[in-house]
Design a protein around this ligand. Structure first.
Ligand code: ZN
Length: 417
């Protein structure tokens, strides 16, 4: 059996035939080159308008990289024809295995993009002895195709989240679909301003925005403002994950400050190495940590009182009636305001200000657990981590769509992956 017999099975092109196969002598990596010829009497297709046009001349021979096999790099060798098109002028012909000036065949592009869902881009480049840039371009093409072909109908619930990326305070705004039947990343935008979220709604379109029923978000002011303006009809829910994150952050602040004060006054360092004790749920503590916690509780420290306030707040989520949840919230806020612990008071004030939106969670019958947004948040952070080597916002954006977007891929006759 010849190699071209296999090629005709995995990728047959109607108007082209595979020719001779050459082993390239002296190549650093073993390389195969496969000639491609147009079928005799076939007329070239104009790359401008997609119509069959008379041939004009031929441009220089080009190499197109195909999927490697058995440790061999595989290239197609072809001399493209140029057409004389009455509409577009002199143009190079359209090729079914590669688009535009791309050096990689489309099959190879999708192959690399598929692997990039499982491995980091660097690992993909190493595994297939290609470059980071080739992997990046492949993923970029896959994302562009997928976003153009994705189905955006039936989106009823979305979650808005932000993640910090790179060092310093640079943020990305992420919008997810969080419906029961379909959870995916819909949109990524730079920063977390009013303008950022407005851009999402512009992209999403008026009609689809009108069909939104639930929106989950953090208490971040620009988000609240835009959501009220663009989707005021939807039930806006402040999600549990973000609220608990605010409380944890407050405890962190109280603890750090108090530890410093105690140290300055020359007290025993009871608060060092207690950060995780105070941030963990009691049921997740180890035996040793439990002992340490009960020891800590005997001190009347601000950190401990904050910790107890946060634990008490967990009860809030167990209510079913918005009315009683509201009563609980009011009591908790009053108590916290009396605690005289500044960072905690700040959270209480914020919760009071957003009381109706908080209670919307109960009105939505707790359908949107904190797990969805939290899970996406963790994955998004993992994706943008430095290990992936993203220097630009654009690369991070592409990576996020590729891993979290659940984007469609074209149907092919042969699965290489
Ligand atoms: Zn044309």
């Amino acid at each position: 059996m010849q190699i071209k017999t296999i090629l005709n099975r995995v990728q047959k092109h109607k108007s082209f035939v595979y020719g001779a196969v050459h082993l390239v002598e002296g190549a650093e990596i073993p390389t195969l080159e496969i000639e491609i010829r147009p079928r005799s009497n076939s007329r070239p297709i104009c790359s401008g308008c997609g119509r069959k046009r008379p041939g004009y001349d031929r441009s220089p021979e080009r190499l197109f990289e195909f999927i490697p096999m058995w440790g061999y790099k595989v290239f197609f060798r072809y001399v493209p024809r140029r057409v004389e098109c009455p509409d577009c002028g002199i143009r190079v012909e359209r090729l079914p295995w590669a688009s535009g000036k791309h050096r990689l065949t489309e099959a190879y592009t999708w192959f690399l993009a598929n692997w990039a869902r499982r491995l980091s881009w660097k690992e993909v480049a190493e595994a297939f002895r290609t470059t980071w840039d080739h992997v990046f371009c492949s993923v970029e093409q896959a994302v562009t195709w997928g976003r153009r072909h994705q189905d955006l109908s039936g989106v009823k619930a979305i979650g808005v989240d932000e993640i910090a990326w790179q060092r310093g305070h640079r943020y990305l705004t992420l919008v997810y679909q969080i419906d029961e039947h379909n959870k995916r990343l819909l949109w990524v935008g730079e920063k977390r301003t009013v303008k950022t979220l407005l851009r999402f709604f512009r992209w999403f379109g008026k009609e689809r925005s009108q069909q939104l029923k639930f929106i989950c978000s953090d208490m971040w002011k620009p988000y609240l403002k835009v959501i009220a303006k663009k989707a005021g009809h939807a039930i806006h829910i402040l999600d549990r994950f973000h609220i608990m994150a605010h409380l944890s952050k407050a405890i962190d602040e109280v603890r750090a400050q108090e530890a410093k004060e105690l140290k300055d006054k020359g007290y025993e360092p009871v608060l060092t190495k207690t950060r995780w004790l105070l941030l963990k749920r009691p049921e997740n503590l180890t035996g040793k940590q439990e002992v340490k916690l009960s020891e800590l509780l005997s001190y009347n420290l601000r950190s401990i009182r904050s910790y107890l306030l946060k634990e008490e707040f967990q009860l809030f989520w167990s209510y079913t009636s918005p009315y009683w949840a509201g009563q609980f919230l009011d009591k908790w806020c009053t108590k916290t305001m009396r605690s005289k612990i500044k960072p905690m008071k700040k959270v209480a004030k914020m919760l009071r200000r957003h009381r109706p939106l908080l209670l919307n969670w109960f009105r939505a019958k707790k359908r949107f657990s904190s797990g969805i947004v939290e899970g996406f948040n963790t994955k998004a952070k993992l994706t943008t981590r430095k290990a992936y080597g993203f220097r630009t916002y654009h690369a991070a954006e592409i990576a996020l769509y590729h891993t979290l977007g659940a984007l469609p891929v074209p149907k092919t006759t042969h699965e290489f992956f």
